[in-house]
Write a protein that binds this ligand. Structure first.
Ligand code: 5RP
Length: 236
């Protein structure tokens, strides 16, 4: 999908940023466009505090001059702008292709408003074609992987293949910013995403999973970019 579509969505999200806001900074190529554009606005005099959802986003924000707030200096966030791997018709998300799902979910859940920015290829009727990432503790990850498999099978997912994400060399685990592993689950289709999210998080070795259900205290909006412009949904 074209970079222009992602840039259009990121540029439209800037319109929702107000002076003095605490802003959650997402992770991924679409969120990176937003962070760079926010840096331009800061250079013009905008006053915001950024809370990055990954070390990669932290580095980029520092490079482009977005002032950062330490995570434990904030107990709530005004607005988070983040990308997604899949978006269903009710604005549930599948996220974590970039491995940042745990921090992304902590930041999104603490936000008054979350605006998802994405190119228009990310909308789906049912979540699950994109592999569902599940962040797990290294200790006992084989046991945890079996429990994850059992949950997906019991929930009637079309596929139940669970594989440890690798990085650098075959067999070498990818490590998240939190020092954990990622299990990528080829679900095919997830019939009840809210149930799967809940059941996965009941497994002791699971830190978080990439299904983002709707959060009661967070308004979720969507900006879908294409080469022709944007479509904005759920933001009044
Ligand atoms: C990272 C994510 C990203 O938001 C997701 O992977 C989308 O990335 P991109 O904007 O590069 O398509 O969840 O953990």
């Amino acid at each position: 999908m074209s970079d222009l579509a992602k840039m259009q969505a990121a540029a439209a999200a800037l319109e929702f940023v107000e002076d003095g806001m605490l802003i959650g900074l997402g992770t991924g190529s679409t969120a990176n466009h937003f962070i760079r554009m926010l840096g331009d606005r800061v250079a013009e005099g905008l006053n915001v505090g950024g809370l990055p959802t990954s070390e990669a986003s932290r580095r980029l924000a520092q490079q482009v001059g977005v002032p950062l707030i330490e995570i434990d200096q904030a107990d709530r966030i005004d607005l988070t702008i983040d990308g997604a791997d899949e978006i269903d018709p009710d604005f549930r998300l599948l996220k974590g292709g970039g491995g940042a799902l745990l921090r992304e979910k902590i930041i999104a859940h603490a936000s008054d408003v979350m605006i998802v920015i994405a190119d228009d290829s990310k909308t789906v009727t049912t979540l699950g074609k994109f592999p569902l990432p599940v962040e797990v503790t290294p200790f006992g990850f084989t046991i945890t992987a079996k429990k994850v498999f059992d949950v997906l099978r019991a929930a009637g997912c079309a596929g139940t293949d669970v594989a440890m994400r690798e990085a650098g060399a075959p067999g070498r685990p990818y490590l998240t910013d939190n020092g954990n592993y990622i299990l990528d689950c080829q679900c095919g289709a997830i019939p009840d995403a809210d149930l799967v999210c809940q059941e996965l998080n009941r497994i002791p070795g699971v830190m978080e999973n990439g299904i983002f259900p709707l959060f009661a205290s967070t308004t979720r909006g969507l900006i879908l970019g294409s080469e022709d412009g944007v479509v904005i949904k759920g933001l009044g």
